[in-house]
Design a protein. Sequence first.
Length: 589
Amino acid sequence: MVKTLKGWVLAGLALVATIALASCNPRDYRTEATQAPQLLNSILSDPKTFNYALSNESPNVFTLTSEGLISENPLTSAIDPALAESWEISPDKKRIVFTLREGLKWSDGQPLTADDVVFSYRDIYLNPNIPTDIQDVLKIGKDKKLPGVKKLSDRKIEFTTPEPFAPFLRNTGGLAILPAHVLQETVDTKGSDGNPLFFSTWGTGTNPKEIVSNGPYVIESYTSSQRIVFRRNPYYWKKDAQGQPLPKIDRVIWKVVENQNTNMLKFRSGDLDIIEPIRPEDYSLLKQEAKRGKFTMYVGGPRPITTFMAFNQSQGKRNGRSLVDPIKSRWFNSLAFRQAVAFAIDREKMNNNIFRGLGELVYSTVIPQSPYYLSPQQGLKAYLYDLKRSKELLLGAGFKYDGQGQLLDSDGNRVRFTLMTNAGNTVREAMISQIKQDLAKIGIQVDLNPSNWNSMLDKLDNTLDWDACLMAFGGGLEPYSGINVWSTEGSSHNFNQPQLPGKPPIEGRVVQDWEAEISRLYTESAQELDDNKRKVLYHQIQKTAAENVPWITLVNARLMAVGRDRIDTIQYPKLGEALWNIADLKVRD
């Protein structure tokens, strides 16, 4: 489903906390004409786009505005019908036929048919001229072939694959369906820069009335750095047990609150209905106030993400200029250097001091909830805090110390780099502060650079001008949802970014053998339908990644949320997302 796929797309980053209105009491936002139920939530930064296909951020508006053919139930992990009421898989596992529900409509009242499904896949997700991260999860086999899609009738769509493709249903069926009657012309028409107009369609400057949705809500208004207001979609397909149209909550309001401390204050003063996730340092206080404040605490498992630090290992150039300082590039591409840094970070201290002991140490690039997860007890290499081992690795790789204990490389260069994370996320800012202190113990100077989220994304995706970052990627139960990260040609292979469509050329890119091996194993895992054999392949992927540390895995927070008792009734999954069934929720005034 959308959440499973998009979860891999830079989860970092976001700590969703939910939605509020202005500096005065946001409930005053209602007019006399709109005395209807509303939910007040928040978000830590402005959205980057309202175009689903071009989004690589989380949280995003599409959890409210967009739906796919199927969805994934976070309580049961089952695949549920969504826009499609049913589907059939052929015995050879190379053909799926979806049947749409009768009478589906877009938010502008136009019919939603098989034509929209074919358009969404053929003209957008499978279109080589559209730079979407989504295409990575649709490439099949060693030859990276794409599936076929065709209309059988107004309600039936056939997908075909060149070979059995194990992740196809779960990863593909949940992609949002987009409106052909609005967007087809933007795909077919090119602008003055030679690119399809689709590239600039439905940006955050678009009049919300022009954005057509199929989810439970439409965007009613957006004020940069202030708020996004969502209004219920009158043509949404879902109905309750009594046959009444859903959703029951008329408006959802997200306030842009770029500081988690402010977010907490707003909730405690009654200006927000929900915060998710909450920080470990806020847990005890909120728990004490819950009864008096008429709200409920929800605790799940560890966040289904991998929080990590990574170095920019790119050895390529643009216009003859190295993307990474060649001196630093030699450090970052040294396996001993990456392993030494991993051994030097005290994760237990990080968990105890920053996460109040409520976090969980991360070891793998696959989330622990996945049936394909490999633990250290099962043989995964773990980098437990060990300064002696860290220094041994550095000295063995030719690094040395000066009289002041500063680390120098073999040419006498001081080892110093910049570490960035998303500003306003106080947990992440505390994590990079500790990393700075930890690495100082092995003589490395770390310069901290908390950055605006959109600025950070620009460096990761466009300029590629960065040394090291602390971020997170979300994962699904099916590891293949991360192929856009682990394929050497994946659009989110940020630690060694490939040449991407529409981006300036990269000359002299070097792909390491272990990178290619992980990429190959991901492809092989998708071809294998025997689940036990797939586990073997995914275990090998995790072992290879742990040995070569493209990601230095850190600590994940436990999933926790807090919601007003006026919200009826939150069913909190172990995988988090309190508002996963927002169409079924109601609020009491």
